[in-house]
Design a protein around this ligand. Structure first.
Ligand SMILES: [Zn+2]
Ligand SMILES: [Zn+2]
Ligand SMILES: [Zn+2]
Length: 230
């Protein structure tokens, strides 16, 4: 369950289809970096997205605090992913409050670049951990960070799915499904804590690498989304 598997269903899609009105709720379809046009047209939709992004921000902040204690690279990758999703709030805010499509687009590009650079940092840290393995401490705290990521994303997913069904918005439902998948990505952090506790410290950079690969794939998708919005 990852973005890789969800988007492998249609490897050629560029998310340009997100910019036209959705006719059907395509399970794997989701926008990254920008919020779908159709959601922006409804106040209730914007409210649901804003709430879900606030929840993701709190989740990522809590994970960042735990990262400072454990220095797990799997957690680093996961919190970068969650922060990256929460950053979608910036183009959303610009589109809504400034009513500037151009500003929204540039903010979208900036967000994608920020996520890309963060992913490279996570990649560097993960590679460095392969070369210089270190034992992790605070494994219970690390496990809690994974559970936190799962719960935060699941709540964000429920907020979007409920509003999406109520407003009959396939784009919002798709974003809800996206958050739901992200919750399972966070469980990778829990798995890392468990396997490291069993005496296999290499599990942390291995899982960190897998999550980083997911972020890079999202970055690639997002790039197409913001590029298509010209
Ligand atoms: Zn995705
Ligand atoms: Zn996709
Ligand atoms: Zn995500």
């Amino acid at each position: 369950m990852s973005h890789t598997t969800t988007c492998a269903l249609d490897p050629n899609h560029t998310h340009a289809e997100d910019l036209v009105e959705h006719a059907d709720a395509d399970e794997h379809d989701h926008a990254h970096g920008l919020v779908d046009r159709s959601i922006l047209r409804s106040r209730a939709g914007i409210r649901a997205v804003s709430w879900s992004l606030a929840i993701l921000t709190v989740t990522a902040l809590a994970q960042a605090f735990i990262y400072s204690r454990t220095l797990s690279v799997a957690l680093l990758a996961d919190l970068i992913h969650n922060f990256g999703d929460a950053l979608t709030a910036i183009p959303l805010g610009i589109a809504f409050y400034l009513r500037s499509a151009r500003g929204e687009r540039w903010a979208g590009v900036a967000v994608v670049l920020a996520i890309f650079i963060s992913a490279l940092v996570a990649l560097g840290q993960t590679i460095e951990r392969f070369i210089h393995p270190r034992s992790l401490s605070h494994l219970w705290l690390l496990a809690a960070a994974g559970v936190l990521g799962f719960i935060g994303n699941e709540i964000a997913a429920q907020v979007r799915l409920r509003a999406g069904r109520r407003l009959n918005s396939p784009a919002l439902v798709a974003d809800g499904n996206h958050a739901r998948v992200d919750g399972f990505v966070s469980l990778g952090v829990l798995a890392s804590a468990a396997v490291v506790a069993l005496g296999l410290p290499i599990a942390d950079p291995v899982i960190g690498l897998a999550i980083t690969a997911i972020i890079l794939q999202i970055t690639w998708e997002s790039w197409h989304t913001v590029r298509a919005d010209s």
